[in-house]
Ligand binder design. Structure first.
Ligand code: CA
Length: 232
């Protein structure tokens, strides 16, 4: 539980499976996709802690994928590692220019791969403090603080966790029982109406900053982040 999720974008199945195996063995939760388009879809529904991207991908190249990530309000702070079979200096420069934080050349040693991932995650956590940000909202994951329109706002742990879940999955509608699992854990035996209580509390805090519509009720389903906030 709570292991960090790494997304791997690699079109060659053998390398993809090798990466999955090595990264999972190091204790991370791994998701793999074979092309940039699928990666973008996956990033819309869930933000991982880090993305490993192969340089040569069909249709959209890894470098273009990195550019798109860096130009998206939600994804722009994602730590990115470029995986490349080429080692020329120009490629390294291009990869940094496109927004990659680090690169690994194929063939790579498993130890180096994991060391790079660990180092980058550590750096991302320290330097950026793992902020989840959105239109006047800044959730500082390291300091466990919320800022709304520049002001620090007190949020109780449950509401904090709820808000974090919505921000990490900007396009996903959650059922109440899914939120229960994510916030309280599968083993907790709590009433689904408790979710409503905490969403109400969260909205009350947001209301003071005219942001109560940030968390939207989806009739017959549950809750999600209001798409009008995410597209602005
Ligand atoms: Ca490739």
């Amino acid at each position: 539980m709570n292991s960090q999720r790494i997304l791997v974008v690699e079109d060659e199945q053998e390398i993809r499976e090798l990466l999955r195996y090595l990264i999972a063995r190091a204790g991370y939760d791994v998701a793999t996709v074979g092309d940039a388009e699928t990666a973008l879809d996956s990033l819309q529904t869930e933000l991982p802690a880090l993305v490993v991207i192969d340089w040569m991908l069909p249709r959209m190249a890894g470098i273009e994928l990195a550019r798109r990530i860096r130009h998206d309000a939600y994804m722009k702070n994602l730590p990115l590692i470029m995986l490349t079979a080429r080692g020329e200096e120009v490629d390294k420069l291009m990869s940094f220019d496109a927004g990659f934080d680090d690169y690994i050349t194929k063939p790579f040693s498993p130890r180096e791969l994991i060391a790079r991932i660990k180092a980058l995650l550590r750096r991302a956590g320290e330097i950026e403090g793992n902020h989840l940000t959105l239109n006047g909202l800044d959730l500082d994951m390291a300091a466990h603080r919320l800022r709304l329109r520049g002001e620090y706002v007190h949020l109780r742990p449950t509401e904090f966790r709820l808000l974090e879940i919505f921000l990490r999955h900007p396009k996903r509608a959650f059922q109440r029982n899914q939120l229960l699992d994510l916030v309280w854990g599968r083993t907790a035996y709590v009433d689904e109406r408790l979710v409503d209580v905490h969403v109400m509390r969260l909205r009350k805090v947001l209301q003071r900053y005219d942001m109560e519509s940030l968390v939207e009720t989806v009739r017959g389903v549950g809750y999600r982040l209001n798409p009008s906030f995410t597209s602005a």
